[in-house]
Design a protein around this ligand. Structure first.
Ligand SMILES: *Cc1c(COP(=O)(O)O)cnc(C)c1O
Length: 363
């Protein structure tokens, strides 16, 4: 059996990509809002069902920029059960992360614990649609309205997800999507920010291009985070196949579920009502199972199957954060982080391999 990685990038047919980039050899326009960039922007507004979008060279810089664009000061409520990027983007903006615990059902922010963390310094909430599970967007909006807080979602995992038909990127003040190679939809590296207030467009354009507002004026201390034409071309190609890819992922997930859902000591996330999923990840929590998470991780590795302890360690256990934060403040996140494993999941993973993986777990 070949090595099975936790994920495998979706790629278009080679000829498809070559065709798509051919005209770049005529135009010699390789970045800075070229024609591919503009086309992908339009197609994504449509696909994601959002009103405004700004493309980025990666998702992380998109998140940094949108936090910057809102001119926030003070404390930001977020969760430690996520990828490093979420917290880093807050801290790199000079803001203070305040960690809220997650709920034990879908591992998104526990909305019943947000209000007790709000102080006069709180300016925003940065919740994460972790694993593609949708946060309680209604409750979060209610809290944000009541306390005049911005809501910026880390939607890195939720490409193409809808809630009662509404694009996930249309909730809150803004959302960040990642188009990294390992995500459901990729532009090799890449990302986007979606937002409701159209006037943010020009601010983001400037923040990601050195703060340049016109050839002779620079109004912001901006960085460089533009998506180039080769990335956009990859996106245009991958977007043609993404529905097919998601359908294949769904089959893989269904197979995992039928193999594991009746195992005592294994907890799977329930399907969320009204949510059209993208089947981004398949997290499994081993809770009083016959083997521990770490034993299963090692056992799979012996068979050349690479699962991932995602998310372990928690962000409030990172060396760069642990002095200022106490993991005891987020006990549910700690409990899940110590027991969760995301199993290999990608469109071309065969159902026979899924069965094999589950067999090894059950042994
Ligand atoms: C992938 C990811 C990011 C960062 O996205 P990049 O495109 O890799 O910069 C941020 N947050 C979460 C939760 C992610 O999984």
């Amino acid at each position: 059996m070949n090595k099975i990685q936790v994920t495998q990038s979706s790629m278009p047919h080679f000829d498809d990509y070559v065709n798509e980039i051919k005209d770049l050899w005529d135009s010699k326009w390789l970045t800075n809002r070229g024609s591919k960039h503009q086309q992908l922007e339009k197609e994504l507004i449509d696909y994601l069902n959002v009103s405004n979008i700004s493309l980025y060279t990666n998702g992380h810089l998109g998140l940094e920029n949108i936090l910057d664009a809102f001119n926030l000061k003070g404390e930001v409520i977020t969760t430690p059960f996520t990828f490093a990027s979420t917290t880093h983007s807050i801290v790199r903006n000079g803001l203070k992360p305040v960690f809220c615990d997650i709920n034990p059902l879908d591992y998104t922010i526990d909305v019943d614990k947000i209000e007790s963390l709000i102080t006069e310094d709180t300016c925003a909430i940065v919740p994460v649609h972790v694993y593609g599970n949708v946060c309680d967007v209604e409750k979060i909006e209610e809290i944000a309205k009541k306390h005049y807080l911005k809501v910026i979602y880390d939607a890195a995992h939720t490409f193409g997800v809808t809630v009662n038909g509404q694009g996930i990127g249309s909730f809150g003040d803004a959302s960040m999507f990642s188009f990294h190679a390992t995500k459901v939809f990729n532009t090799i590296e890449g990302g986007a920010v979606t937002f409701g207030d159209a006037s943010l467009s020009s601010v983001l354009d400037q923040l990601k291009n050195f703060g340049i507002t016109s050839p002779e004026s620079i109004d912001y201390v901006g960085g460089n985070a533009k998506m180039n034409e080769f990335q956009a071309a990859m996106g245009i190609c991958n977007l043609r196949y993404v529905d097919e890819e998601i359908a294949k992922r769904q089959k893989v997930v269904q197979r995992y579920r039928s193999n594991l859902e009746h195992e005592e000591g294994i907890t799977l996330v329930k399907e969320q009502p009204g949510v059209k999923s993208n089947f981004a990840y398949f997290p499994v929590v081993f809770d009083h199972y016959k083997s521990t998470r770490d034993q299963i991780f090692e056992k799979l590795k012996e068979h050349d199957i690479i699962a991932r302890k995602y998310f372990y360690p928690l962000i409030n256990e990172f060396n760069c954060y642990k002095d200022d934060h106490d993991v005891k403040d987020t006990p549910v996140a700690k409990y899940i982080a110590d027991r969760v494993l995301t199993l290999p999941l990608y469109a071309d993973l065969s159902l026979a391999d899924v069965d094999k993986i589950c067999q090894i777990i059950k042994e």
